[in-house]
Design a protein around this ligand. Structure first.
Ligand code: HH2
Length: 268
């Protein structure tokens, strides 16, 4: 109880999409998304993660042009107005490149740079990245996730990808276990408990994104709607922080900040 581990950084989620699982459609205009992002900054976000394509199973895929039309004006507006670093959440190399050119500083790839095209683009861009683990593809990943040893397999993937990216000259590499991406409830819980192992195996800073995800509804079936999952999100955020997560990707920045501050005060 008396360790002085710093609280993790908070990455506020800005979805410029009509169909994201939690807030799809709510911020689907440049103005609404920018206002939302500014509110997250005021609430204490250390980073803002801007995404223009939902990865929810069943979400409609979008073209690179459509994704760029959604995210670029928001990145440009935010880059002009806030000093908070921006991250571009995209699976597409062309969108990552344009997002970085428009002012984002980090490429968050939920496919974890598995494809040669994404790896080659990361090599060319030499920007910081988040490499996330996902089993399968967004459309089908939740159909039948299967692992012999989920922690060992996710750790091995993240370690190999991070080493490949480092060898390619990528300057800063975050790892992310990819909560909800091709994982059952048991897999998700095992990975959150195993954050110390994942960090130890990879020797990288770790980002964890469990905010409002459906694993919470598997524990509390009454929390069917994502906006009914704040309690579960805070419990997961505190657990991830306690386990050593360096950054949390969250929808509810003020509430998460408060929960972390109270936990830190108890430890002090
Ligand atoms: N989760 C989502 C999207 N991007 N990136 C990282 N690094 N880690 C995550 O856990 C992660 C992510 C899914 O959440 P959200 O953006 O709220 O929903 P959607 O994909 O439906 O837009």
């Amino acid at each position: 109880m008396n360790d002085h581990k710093p609280s993790p950084l908070l990455m506020g989620i800005v979805n410029v999409t009509p169909d994201s699982f939690s807030d799809g459609g709510r911020f689907f205009s440049v103005q609404a998304a920018t206002d939302h992002a500014l509110r997250l900054v005021a609430e204490g976000a250390d980073w803002l993660d801007i995404g223009g394509e939902s990865t929810r199973p069943g979400a409609a895929p979008v073209t690179a042009e459509e994704e760029l039309d959604r995210v670029l004006p928001v990145i440009e507006a935010l880059a002009r107005r806030v000093a908070t670093p921006l991250s571009i959440d995209t699976m597409k190399p062309a969108v990552a490149e344009a997002g970085l050119a428009a002012g984002a500083r980090l490429w968050n790839d939920v496919t974890g740079f598995r494809s040669p095209a994404n790896l080659a683009k990361a090599r060319a861009l030499k920007a910081p990245v988040v490499v996330m683990h996902m089993q399968g593809e967004p459309q089908t990943m939740q159909a039948a996730p299967r692992y012999d040893d989920v922690v060992a397999e996710v750790a091995a993937f993240l370690k190999a990808q991070a080493e490949g990216l480092e060898a390619a000259g990528v300057p800063e590499i975050w790892i992310d276990p990819g909560i909800g991406f091709g994982k059952t409830l048991a897999h998700n819980l095992a990975l959150i408990r195993a954050i110390p192992t994942l960090k130890n195996e990879t020797q990288r800073a770790l980002l964890c994104g469990a905010s409002r995800k459906s694993l919470i509804a598997k524990i509390d079936p009454k929390a069917e709607a994502p906006n009914q999952r704040l309690g579960g999100s805070l419990a997961l955020a505190l657990a991830a922080a306690e386990a050593g997560a360096d950054m949390l990707r969250v929808h509810d920045v003020a509430e998460t900040r408060q929960a972390l501050a109270v936990a830190a005060a108890l430890r002090a």
